[in-house]
Structures are given as structure tokens and as C-alpha cells.
Design a protein around this ligand. Structure first.
Ligand SMILES: Nc1ncnc2c1ncn2[C@@H]1O[C@H](COP(=O)(O)OP(=O)(O)OP(=O)(O)O)[C@@H](O)[C@H]1O
Length: 697
């Protein structure tokens, strides 16, 4: 059976080597199996017939049934157009062909009834359909109506006569012989429990649905199946890892207690407490922890990370934090050092710009175990960086590390694997997290520390700059500090830098007495650090910067964030930037400045920012706007090669599919029972790897 679906597409009637090459190249369709799974992206509703008198020029597509009253050819011989007048007893409609008039003429017979489908337009004062589809009513497949599939095609394919219609024909040809050969790919229990359509019917109806209800059922079944297999593979991966990898069991809580009793700078939020409990439980379990910690900007992840490090250090192991950029690594280092110093723990920072002599000392102390915490960039991954015993590896991720890089860090120990905590500062919608990080356990800090006032966000046009400036002046007079951020997009770095410099000069002119800082990616690390420090200490009042300050910067006295060219930023980035203010007790503001001309999407982004401060809500909107492919660099990850499900829209189906997968594995972890053999076979036959299996290697 399997062989049939592996048949090369060129052997299908009507394809041949040339078309096959095009289908390979343009649509990634190589085999019968690929073509069957090339699902239509919508269906045209051909179930409804309009009375001609109801039709108007604003309708998208319409279908009518009527008799040809007469026709005429107009225009010079080479540019003849054919006009056919069709009447259904309620009114008359013109059908027009500008090309192929003579050919069409052969098909049209006065007095015969036709089914006509097309887009109505008004020309002069008359309604007409240009180049409609037309079939003799008695031959048209409209018994009970039908929904016609629309397949996405490409310009090249259309030029080579492989438009949606032609693809549909190929699929129809294939289905005739393929349907009887299709085997069921879901276990009977789940088919029943979730009222899923059987495979043959699902495939038949996803392409050529008998009615709308069957189309919906077919879509549900195929989406459910797709997500079920993504989830079961992720969950299986997790089970394998739990079985295979022992983790160090930490049970000495002395350091933790000392910190709680003597040094805790504030009461933890309930969310922080809950998350610490979840992590502590993992770290004592004897199994390797693999957990994702999500928290909105400013939700207090640093102290949670520190407490987790204390758990590891308390049992005579070391901790590491790896961050994607030098700025972020430095920020973590500064944040953690404050706590570490209080506890008399040794902490060091290792990045690309750490001096050689310093590096050597770090390497030595790390190996001897005298260094408790190492913070750094991917410099941590180098061979020479050897721990005495790494107990906890924290990876601050933001999707910037590859899975392989991440696992390199936790392979630093040869005997037992360290526990792994992946942190993200950008909230990820639940559906995406469940798929991208579906093999990890997830903890969420969904509460901000008490007393934080929500940041007030407004949108202002360039032309209002004077008003904005006088507001900034007011705030500075009140003792606050201000960020002004310019976009930095790599392709046009030079231009962006010019924008930033121009902006800096105009701010300097508008606020001649106020000391300014400037920070951008092209500056030397020392100079950057010096400028940052001046701002942190309050010596400068306005920080003009590019997005280098996007993550991690923590200056509680800075309470105004001005974002220039806000329309050029993505939602996640805007939210991150806004998160740099609102970190103290004062009322904070975010001012999004843009030009007048805004794309629809840019407007939605700005409106979303003005409407809400909730990072998870913003992440959801981002997912809706951009689709998962674009989001957070997931495009190359291969995790989201979904054929039919859409993580932006199918969250509910995903949840049920995950529950189903979890239940199957709880009951039969090795999938060895006969009732689950279909799952085993299906997993083995899946060639499109939705999950990066190298994670556990
Ligand atoms: N429970 C708490 N009560 C009061 N203040 C807190 C609490 N937790 C953290 N903070 C303070 O809130 C600020 C933000 O915390 P932190 O820098 O850890 O946030 P974060 O989650 O890392 O956010 P970001 O990703 O935006 O940097 C810090 O000044 C920190 O000291």
C-alpha cells in the first residue's frame, strides 16, 4: 500500500516529466502522497444560485442558472468580443469574452440552460460577468450544489496551465484510485472519542466536499491528526529523555533558607513563588529538569533565576546563564551580582570581549569549583570552558539559540546532565509554546510585582513633536529620565545610524541644558558601557539609543519611552521596548511616534500597544497578524511545517490534540498495545520531521 503513495507524480495521468518538474519545484509536490495532501486553502461556494435580479456589482462571486437568449460578436475581427445574453426569468445578464470568442461560440447554443459562475462587474450602467465559467445545466455537477476547491498556485504554474482548476483535476484523477488504498492513521478509540471523520472520507471531503458540514468535519479531522502527531512525538521525546537522563537530585536548602530569611529584597509575587516551587520540585526529583520559564517584561525573572541557582549551589554544584547578546549577559550579570555579593558567592561574566588574562582566571576558577556562577554569551560553549560540576544551566533564549547550541551547554558534564531552565522574556502564545517547546514543561510568571502602575501608551504623529517635547521637559523637571529609541534594521544600518544621529542632534537642540547619552550597536563596548552607566547613575536624563536597549535594561527611574518610527517595529519588539519603563513606582509613559501614512498592519500594531500592556495578549495578536512562520524566527526551525493546521487559529484543536496524545502515552508509554499500533506505524512513516529529533542527541 505504502508504495502507491510514494509513486512519483510524473506517472499520474495528465502530468508527465515537465509538469512533474514544475510541481516539484514550485509546490514541493513529488509523490502521489504529496499531491493528496496538497489541501485547498478555500472553497468556492457553488451551492447557492442567485436570481439575476438580485445580482449587483458589489458581490464577490455569484452563480446563476439561465437560458441563452441570444449572442453577438462585436468589434473588429482580430479583437472580437463575444457577448452572450442570459435570462433566468427574473432578469438578464451579459456574459463577455474578450479572448477566445470564436472558440466559446461553439459551446453556446441559444435556448439551452446553463450554469454560470463568475464575478459581477458594472460596465457602463450594465451588469456583466467577464470570462465566467459556464456549463450546460444538465451536465453540471450541481445536484444538491457543491463546494469547489481553490488551490494555491504560482505565477509560473499558471503560465504553464497549472492553475487551481488544473490542480483540482489532477487531484480528482488521483483520488479515484487513491481513496480505496488509504489506510486509517488514527486509532479507533480516538476516532470515536473525538467524533473524527474516517481518513478516506476526510481526504475525499477536504478536496471535494459533499456539503459544508462534511468540509468542516474533514478539516477538523485532518487538523486534529496533524497536531496530534506533532504532540505525540514531542511528548514521546520528553518521556524518552526523562527515562534516559538522570538529573542531579538537590536536597540541601540551607542557602535558599538563608537568602529567604536575611536577604530577600521584597516579597515575592504569588506567581514567582509558584514558579520557584515548580522548579524546586523538578530539581529534587532525580530526573533532569527541562523547563521553559516564561514571564512578561518586568515580571521579575531575575530573582527567580537567582533562587534556582542557589538551589544548585547549595548542593555543591555550579550554575550558568547563557544570554544571546553581550548587553543582555551584562545585564544579567549586574542583576545577579547584587544578590550573589550579599550571599558571598563568586560570579563572573564571560563574553567575546572579556580580556585574555581575565578569561584565564575564570577558566581556572570554574574548573576548581571556586566560581559559583558563570554568566555569558555563547562564549560559554567553547571547549576550554570547563565546569567542576554544572548543576543548573539557564538559557535566556528569545529564539536566538539553536537547539544544538543549547544542548552543547548541558553536555558540559560527562556524568550527569545538569538541569536546564530555558527563559524567554518575550511572551509566546500558548499554542506556539506548546509546539515549539512542547517537549519542555512550562512555567509562567503571569503577575507583575505589586504597586506597578500600568504604563500609559499613546500614539502621536511626527507633526506633534513640539507637544511631545514639552511633555518630556515636564517629566525631566519632575526628576524622571527618558529613553528615545530609533529603529535599527540591519539591511539599512547606515541610514538608520543617520536617523539616530539626526535625532540626537535635534534632541540636543530642543533640550540644550539637559545632559544626554547615546548608545548604538556600532560603538565600542567600553564607550557603550560608559554611556549606559551615566544614564543608570542619573547623570544624563535622556538616553538616545537604537534597539540595543531592547532587552534587559533596568533603570527604574526612567519612566518615559519614546519610540520613533514606531511603525517600523514588530509588536514583540515594541512591547520589549516599552518594558524598559514602568519598572519603578512612578507613573510611566510610552509614546509611539509615527508618520501619517500607516499600513493596515502597522496601525493594528500601534492600536494593540495603546490598548493593552499584557504581553500574552500582544503575543496572540502578533501571531494572528503575522502567522507563526514569521514569528520570532521560527521560520527556519522546521517545527512549524504544518500542512493544514494554523497555530494562530486552531488553538482549541491543539489543546484537545495534546490532551489526546498525553492520554494515549499515560496509558501506553511505549505504544506497544495493539490498539496503538496504528500510531506507531504512522510515526515511523512520517518523513516530514515536525520535530527536531537531534535535541536529545
Ligand atoms: N516581587 C517583587 N516585588 C517588587 N519588585 C520586584 C519583584 N520582583 C522583581 N522586582 C523588581 O522588578 C524589576 C524587574 O525585574 P526583572 O529585571 O527581574 O524583570 P524581568 O522579568 O527580568 O524583566 P525583563 O525581561 O523585562 O528584564 C527589578 O527592578 C526587580 O528588582
Amino acid at each position: 500500500m505504502q508504495g502507491f503513495f510514494d509513486t512519483k507524480i510524473e506517472f499520474l495521468k495528465g502530468v508527465g516529466p515537465q509538469k512533474a518538474a514544475l510541481l516539484n519545484k514550485e509546490l514541493n509536490i513529488f509523490t502521489y502522497g504529496d499531491l493528496i495532501q496538497y489541501y485547498p486553502f478555500r472553497h468556492e461556494d457553488r451551492t447557492k444560485f442567485y436570481d439575476i435580479k438580485e445580482v449587483n456589482g458589489s458581490m464577490p462571486y455569484i452563480q446563476v442558472k439561465g437560458k441563452v437568449r441570444h449572442y453577438e460578436l462585436k468589434g473588429p475581427p482580430r479583437k472580437q468580443r463575444l457577448i452572450v445574453y442570459i435570462n433566468d426569468g427574473t432578469g438578464e445578464l451579459e456574459l463577455v469574452w474578450f479572448k477566445g470568442a470564436q472558440w466559446m461560440l461553439k459551446k453556446i447554443q441559444p435556448g439551452v440552460e446553463y450554469v454560470v459562475f463568475g464575478k459581477p462587474t458594472v460596465f457602463g450602467s450594465k451588469l456583466n460577468l467577464a470570462h465566467p465559467e459556464i456549463e450546460v445545466a444538465t451536465q453540471a455537477n450541481t445536484a444538491g450544489g457543491y463546494l469547489q476547491p481553490v488551490y494555491s498556485s504560482t505565477d509560473l504554474l499558471r503560465r504553464k496551465y497549472l492553475d487551481s482548476k488544473a490542480i483540482s483535476k489532477l487531484i480528482k484523477t488521483l483520488l479515484d484510485s487513491a481513496l480505496p488504498k488509504l489506510r486509517e492513521t488514527m486509532p479507533a478509540v480516538l476516532l470515536e472519542q473525538y467524533a473524527l471523520l474516517d481518513k478516506q472520507n476526510a481526504i475525499a471531503n477536504i478536496h471535494f466536499p459533499k456539503n459544508l458540514a462534511l468540509l468542516n468535519n474533514a478539516q477538523f479531522r485532518l487538523k486534529f491528526e496533524e497536531l496530534f502527531y506533532v504532540q505525540i512525538r514531542l511528548l514521546k521525546l520528553k518521556l524518552t529523555r526523562i527515562d534516559k537522563f538522570r538529573g542531579i537530585s538537590f536536597d540541601n536548602a540551607d542557602l535558599l533558607n538563608e537568602f529567604y530569611t536575611n536577604h530577600l529584597p521584597f516579597d515575592l509575587t504569588n506567581a514567582q513563588k509558584r514558579v520557584i516551587k515548580e522548579i524546586y520540585k523538578d530539581m529534587r526529583s532525580g530526573k533532569q529538569m527541562n523547563r521553559l520559564l516564561q514571564g512578561d517584561v518586568g515580571s521579575g525573572k531575575t530573582i527567580v533565576a537567582f533562587i534556582c541557582l542557589l538551589i544548585a549551589i547549595g548542593s555543591d554544584t555550579q550554575g550558568a546563564i547563557m544570554a544571546p547578546t553581550e548587553i543582555l549577559a551584562t545585564q544579567h550579570y549586574t542583576g545577579l551580582k547584587e544578590f550573589a555579593d550579599k550571599m558571598g558567592l563568586r560570579i563572573a561574566l564571560l563574553t567575546g570581549s572579556t580580556k585574555k588574562s581575565e578569561r584565564k582566571i575564570i577558566h581556572e576558577y570554574l574548573k576548581s569549583g571556586e566560581l559559583h556562577i558563570l554568566v555569558g554569551t555563547h562564549a560559554l560553549l567553547e571547549e576550554v570552558v570547563q565546569f567542576k560540576k554544572l548543576g543548573l544551566a539557564i538559557v535566556d533564549e528569545q529564539h536566538r539559540f539553536g537547539v544544538a547550541q543549547r544542548s552543547k551547554l548541558w553536555q558540559k558534564n560527562t556524568d550527569v546532565y545538569p538541569h536546564v531552565l530555558v527563559m524567554t522574556a518575550t511572551p509566546i502564545p500558548r499554542t506556539l509554546a506548546m509546539t515549539l517547546y512542547g517537549d519542555l514543561d512550562i512555567s509562567v510568571i503571569d503577575e507583575l510585582p505589586a504597586g506597578r502602575k500600568p504604563i500609559k501608551t499613546v500614539h502621536r504623529y511626527d507633526s506633534n513633536r513640539l507637544k511631545v517635547n514639552s511633555f518630556l521637559k515636564e517629566q525631566i523637571d519632575l526628576g524622571r529620565q527618558v529613553y528615545v529609541v530609533y529603529p535599527l534594521i540591519e539591511e539599512s544600518e547606515k541610514l538608520d545610524l543617520k536617523d539616530l544621529m539626526d535625532g540626537y542632534e535635534s534632541i540636543a537642540r530642543a533640550f540644550p541644558e539637559i545632559p544626554l547619552s547615546i548608545v548604538h550597536g556600532k560603538m565600542k563596548p567600553d564607550a557603550k558601557e560608559w554611556e549606559m552607566q551615566r544614564f543608570v547613575k542619573g547623570e544624563t536624563k535622556i538616553m538616545v539609543a537604537t534597539t540595543v536597549i531592547e532587552v534587559g535594561v533596568n533603570v527604574p527611574n526612567a519612566s518615559v519611552m519614546v519610540i520613533e518610527n514606531a511603525e517600523r517595529f514588530g509588536l514583540a519588539q515594541l512591547h520589549q521596548l516599552r518594558g524598559r519603563v514602568g519598572r519603578g513606582a512612578d507613573q510611566s509613559y510610552c509614546i509611539l511616534i509615527s508618520g501619517f501614512k500607516l499600513s493596515k498592519e502597522a496601525r493594528t500594531r500601534i492600536e494593540t500597544m495603546v490598548r493593552t500592556n499584557n504581553g500574552f495578549e500582544i503575543a496572540d495578536t502578533d501571531l494572528q497578524l503575522r502567522g507563526p512562520g514569521d514569528l520570532m524566527g521560527t521560520q527556519q526551525s522546521g517545527v512549524l511545517d504544518l500542512l493544514i493546521a494554523d497555530l494562530g487559529k486552531d488553538g482549541k484543536i491543539l489543546q484537545s490534540a495534546r490532551q489526546a496524545a498525553q492520554a494515549v502515552l499515560n496509558d501506553d508509554p511505549n505504544l506497544s498495545e495493539p490498539k496503538n499500533s496504528v500510531i506507531k506505524t504512522q510515526i515511523a512513516s512520517m518523513k516530514k520531521t515536525a520535530v527536531n529529533w537531534s535535541r536529545i542527541s
